[in-house]
Every structure is written in structure tokens, then in C-alpha cells.
Design a binder for this molecule. Structure first.
Ligand SMILES: C[S@@+](CC[C@H](N)C(=O)[O-])C[C@H]1O[C@@H](n2cnc3c(N)ncnc32)[C@H](O)[C@@H]1O
Length: 228
């Protein structure tokens, strides 16, 4: 076999080993960042309030801020509220919050008796389950990314809380769920996309994108939008 053929073969084996033969999480994250940016430019929204699960690294949030900042034709301000329910990850996330030139503040969210870290005007981290937070907060958001990595039926009931926290006007909700299995059968023989659609349609959202990717398990990422 020629060296060129071998390169192709070994390259393929390497990619398969790294699960890169289909899209991976960071590729889908990049697609999502472009989609979100284009959506808010198209609808001329100058301030996007995100509710996300940043883990320890805030990878998505930092990339969003960079992307928004580098596009000079229409500047969008990104404001982040992140939730994390694992205390060790929360502490690490507190150390890696997107930069601000203000001092970090510590407070308690009375309704949940949970810690909140605030870094400048645009970045907040709450030590809480995201749905518990959604059930009590007075804040409103125009972009949610619910990336709990669980089956859709596990979060279906609590997804209804989207109505409580979503702003009027153009907004996006991204839901990332396990593709491989459900915790139980879905209602009316629906598949997982139809089931997610049925929940989101009732909240005024239409499905705009479906991306599948391989993480430690196959994942399904659904993006929903509403315009009013
Ligand atoms: C899959 S990661 C999020 C990754 C992020 N979307 C990204 O691409 O960079 C999920 C994180 O959220 C946390 N988490 C999962 N379910 C949660 C929930 N219901 N409420 C709060 N945190 C949750 C996990 O501990 C983990 O740190």
C-alpha cells in the first residue's frame, strides 16, 4: 500500500477512534453559535440574555461573547446566567467565569437558599438545578440552552417552565437530549422529536434545527424558535 493510501486509512481509523466520523460536540456547538448569532442579527436583537449550563469551563459562553464582539456591523451584548447543580463543578465554574473588570460578588438566592456568584453586570452563576431556578426566578431570557444530557421524557414535565422565563419577542430554546434511549415509552407512540415538538409547540415555539452528534453517547440537539 502506498504511503498516501496508508495515511488515508490511518487517518480514518484515528477519526473513528475519536468518533469524528459523524459530527462531534464541539462541531455542533460551533454550528449552534453561528445559528444563534445569525438569528439575533436577522431579528435585530441587540441584547441576548442567555440561560445555560456552563459546566466548569464556560466554553460556549466565552465563544459566544467572542463571536458577538468580533462582528462589528451589528453589535450584540451577551448576558449570561449559568446554573450548575454539582457543587464541585459549581466551584470550578466560579473560578472560570467570563472576565469582567468588576469584583465578583457573592449572594444568596432567597427562594432556593442557594449561592449566587455575580461577575460584573453580565455574568451570573447559580448553584442550582436549572429547572428549580426556572420555577422561582423573576428573570426573563431570550436564549435558553438546556443541555442536561438526559432522555427527553426525563425532563419533559419541567420543560414546560420555559413559558415562565421566556421573554416576549424573538427567542430561541435549545434542548440537548440523549438520542439512544428513553426512560420509558413516549405518549401516543411519538418519537422523541415529535414529543419535544409537542411540548414546545404549546409554548409558541417551532422547531428550526435538528443536529445529531456523538459524545460519550449519541445525542440529539433540537433548536426551537419563536418570533413574537
Ligand atoms: C452537558 S454539560 C453542558 C455543556 C455545555 N452546554 C457546553 O457545551 O459547553 C451539563 C452540565 O450541567 C450540569 N447539569 C446537568 N443537569 C443539570 C440540571 N438539571 N441543573 C443544573 N445543572 C445541571 C452537569 O453537572 C454538567 O456540568
Amino acid at each position: 500500500m502506498s504511503t498516501v493510501d496508508k495515511k488515508a486509512l490511518y487517518g480514518f481509523i484515528e477519526r473513528a477512534k475519536n468518533r469524528e466520523t459523524s459530527l462531534n460536540k464541539s462541531q455542533v456547538r460551533d454550528l449552534l453559535i453561528s445559528y444563534i448569532h445569525n438569528f439575533f442579527i436577522t431579528h435585530e436583537v441587540g441584547k441576548v440574555r442567555f440561560l445555560t449550563l456552563p459546566t466548569a469551563w464556560w466554553t460556549f459562553e466565552k465563544a459566544i461573547r467572542k463571536r458577538f464582539f468580533s462582528f462589528r456591523t451589528f453589535r450584540i451584548r451577551a448576558m449570561f446566567t449559568g446554573c450548575e447543580r454539582d457543587y464541585n463543578i459549581f466551584k470550578l465554574a466560579g473560578l472560570r467565569m467570563p472576565k469582567s473588570n468588576k469584583k465578583m460578588r457573592y449572594s444568596i438566592m432567597e427562594e432556593l437558599n442557594r449561592t449566587i456568584l455575580t461577575n460584573g453586570r453580565d455574568c451570573v452563576l447559580v448553584y442550582s438545578d436549572i429547572f428549580d431556578f426556572m420555577s422561582v426566578t423573576d428573570k426573563k431570557f431570550n436564549c435558553l440552552w438546556i443541555d442536561t444530557g438526559t432522555p427527553i421524557d426525563r425532563i419533559a414535565e419541567r420543560l414546560k417552565l420555559v413559558s415562565r422565563v421566556i421573554m416576549d419577542g424573538p427567542s430561541l430554546v435549545v434542548i440537548t437530549v440523549l438520542k439512544g434511549r428513553e426512560a420509558g415509552p413516549l405518549p401516543d407512540g411519538m418519537d422523541r422529536i415529535q414529543f419535544a415538538d409537542s411540548i414546545m409547540n404549546k409554548r409558541g415555539f417551532e422547531r428550526a434545527q435538528v443536529w445529531e452528534y456523538q459524545d460519550t453517547s449519541p445525542m440529539l440537539q433540537l433548536t426551537y424558535q419563536k418570533l413574537t
